[in-house]
Design a protein around this ligand. Structure first.
Ligand SMILES: *Cc1c(COP(=O)(O)O)cnc(C)c1O
Length: 359
């Protein structure tokens, strides 16, 4: 880090916490925001003093580049509380590294680790009481990085703002989730920005996903853009397939630049290996999964991502084919979900050093 990096956060506390009005019994994902937010501005090559201030609206001119060119990236992570009220992050350095990989791809400057990892710790320390403690609840943390220069000119911005907000969260999806294998639209292509958490990737998914919803499917499983032959991932989740007792998932960077390298995915692969579950990271063909579904060897499909943790898929559509998936109580999805949550909520030893205490 450069010697002149300003690392002392200016902290302006909220005058009156909004916590007494917060109802954690009916949490809707991403709708309620905690008292404070972090902001750090990058102006003409220099990071300004980072601040933690009350959550508030931001004043931007309509010419700010983020509105025109989508030079914007984000991250998603969570803070968890254990039974004794200790708060933890899960693999925050992985999110930090991924955010800077996204920044590089979008022509944005690197965010200092002091702002990302330590800044988030400072922020969550201040908003610790916003971490809900009900079953499966957590505080969702959303870092976002945007181009703030006022100029209608398609070139990288001269100024940026790094922002972190947080939101008390319960489950991401409720009810059965059925998926459609997409064979027309694509979310990413080789050499593109699929591996980055670039804001525009998600906007591009909305239209096809709404079409799938109208057909009764909550999520799309994307296929490769060149041939629509390989299964890639869902909207904000990586995807695992269990055929027989073998777990399959597609490769991500550096093998494929189309797929987001999920921290949950990476953690599941590690847990699978350490629990003698056969896991293959390789391109997964639509044809082999449909074949397995037809011959009864397709046991499970599940999504993996921070928001949903692990999401078992209830049904699968591809062109004119549809099949319900078996409902397994002790399947891999539940096994990995419990293992992950036990580590995240400090219920077991963490041999990997994934859990990071906030103190
Ligand atoms: C964020 C994201 C994931 C999951 O990543 P995690 O680090 O596990 O939360 C998967 N796919 C896409 C497209 C994503 O944006």
């Amino acid at each position: 880090m450069t010697a002149d990096l300003k690392t002392n956060f200016i902290i302006e506390k909220i005058k009156k916490s909004r916590l007494p009005q917060a109802d954690f019994s009916n949490l809707v994902f991403g709708r309620m925001f905690s008292d404070h937010m972090l902001i750090a501005d990058y102006i003409d090559g220099q990071w300004q003093t980072p601040k933690i201030i009350p959550y508030q609206a931001l004043p931007y001119e309509p010419s700010a580049k983020v509105f025109h060119y989508g030079q914007a990236i984000f991250e998603g992570m969570k803070a968890y509380k254990d039974q004794n009220g200790n708060a933890f992050l899960f693999r925050p350095e992985d999110n930090f590294e991924r955010m800077n990989n996204s920044a590089q791809r979008l022509g944005m400057p690197a965010i200092p680790k002091e702002y990302f990892v330590n800044g988030i710790k400072e922020l969550i320390k201040l908003d610790k009481d916003w971490i809900p403690t009900g079953n499966g609840q957590s505080l969702y943390i959303r870092p976002v990085f945007i181009a703030t220069e006022n100029a209608v000119a398609a070139s990288p911005s001269a100024s940026y703002r790094f922002i972190v907000i947080s939101s008390p969260a319960a489950k991401y999806y409720s009810g059965d989730v059925k998926v459609k294998i997409e064979d027309k639209y694509s979310r990413a292509c080789d050499g593109g920005v699929g591996y980055a958490k670039a804001a525009g990737n998600y906007a591009a998914q909305f239209y096809p996903t709404e079409k799938a919803k109208a057909e009764g499917f909550q999520q799309i499983i994307w296929t490769d853009s060149a041939q629509h032959k390989y299964l890639e991932e869902a909207g904000t989740m990586n995807i695992f397939f269990r055929i027989g007792d073998k777990l399959l998932t597609a490769p991500t960077v550096p093998v494929s630049t189309r797929i987001l390298p999920g921290v949950t995915r990476r953690s599941i692969i590690q847990l699978a290996k350490d629990n003698n579950i056969d896991v293959e990271v390789r391109p997964v063909e639509v044809a082999e999964v449909i074949e397995a579904s037809k011959n009864g060897t397709l046991q499970e499909i599940f999504g993996a991502g921070t928001a949903a943790t692990i999401l078992p898929i209830a049904g699968l559509k591809y062109k004119d084919y549809y099949a319900d998936l078996p409902k397994l109580k002790d399947g891999f999805a539940n096994k990995f979900k419990n293992m992950l949550m036990d580590i995240q909520y400090n219920r077991v030893e963490d041999p990997y050093g994934w859990r990071v205490k906030i103190d």
